[in-house]
Design a binder for this molecule. Structure first.
Ligand code: ATP
Length: 217
């Protein structure tokens, strides 16, 4: 178990389908980065999400949209390690691979409160804290009551400010600006020929139009 203190740069990790990326991903990630003083924010598109229906856009298209979205944003990077693995993209395997690459750095794995509600169904979910911290970003309109199993685990691992120098092991519920935007809503916008402006970066909208993504015809 990685439980030592370190002065090494801290790294944020946000995995997702990013089908497509939107401001509900980017703004909370930036705010977490600032609140925890992280040096990097790695956005990791998944190849085969294990808990949901498969993405509409291809892995290559989703990676390209991410690259455009974060162009020039200091500290942000697209990490495509899951796209090089076959089989379902389990977060625990991604964190294992990041831990190999960064043996001693504090790793902060970001999840929205909706994703956290179902964490106890994830593969080897209790091992996640052996590898990284978990940051729970509050999403709009999410019920606050957790299932019992998860609730006990959550409360017994809650972080205090002094835990920031640990490499892993704590849960950080963080308030971020509430943005009630989802990729589903955005895909519907494109499918129904409604504008997605101000929900996501302009450059990503242009690319979607150029590639004809999410349009029914
Ligand atoms: P979909 O609508 O297709 O389910 P999504 O908008 O939830 O997609 P994902 O790529 O599945 O986006 O999300 C990746 C991560 O970002 C998840 O941990 C999710 O909870 C979080 N997230 C997505 N949208 C928001 C938001 N508006 N505020 C905070 N966290 C978010």
């Amino acid at each position: 178990m990685v439980r030592f203190e370190t002065e090494l740069p801290a790294i944020g990790i946000l995995g997702g389908t990013f089908d497509p990326v939107h401001f509900g991903h980017l703004r909370p990630a930036l705010e977490v980065m600032q609140q925890l003083n992280l040096e990097q924010m790695r956005l990791i598109p998944c190849a085969t999400p294990p808990h949901r229906q498969q993405p509409v856009a291809s892995a290559k298209e989703r990676r390209l949209m991410l690259e455009l979205a974060i162009k020039g944003l200091e500290g942000f990077m697209v990490d495509d390690r899951e796209l090089h693995r076959s089989g379902p993209s389990y977060s625990v395997d991604t964190l294992l691979s990041l831990r190999e690459q960064f043996p001693e750095n504090p790793l902060f794995f970001l999840v929205g409160s909706d994703a956290f509600q179902g964490l106890h169904s994830w593969s080897r979910w209790t091992e996640l804290l052996d590898l990284a911290h978990l940051v729970v970003m509050q999403r709009p309109e999410q019920p606050s009551q957790l299932p019992d199993e998860l609730d006990n685990w959550y409360h017994s691992h809650l972080a205090t400010a002094a835990d920031r120098t640990l490499a892993a092991g704590k849960i950080w519920p963080l308030a971020v600006t509430q943005m009630a935007v989802s990729a589903t809503q955005i895909r519907n916008c494109f499918a129904e020929h409604r504008s997605a402006r101000f929900l996501m970066p302009e450059a990503v909208i242009s690319l979607i139009d150029q590639l004809g993504l999410y349009h029914p015809d």
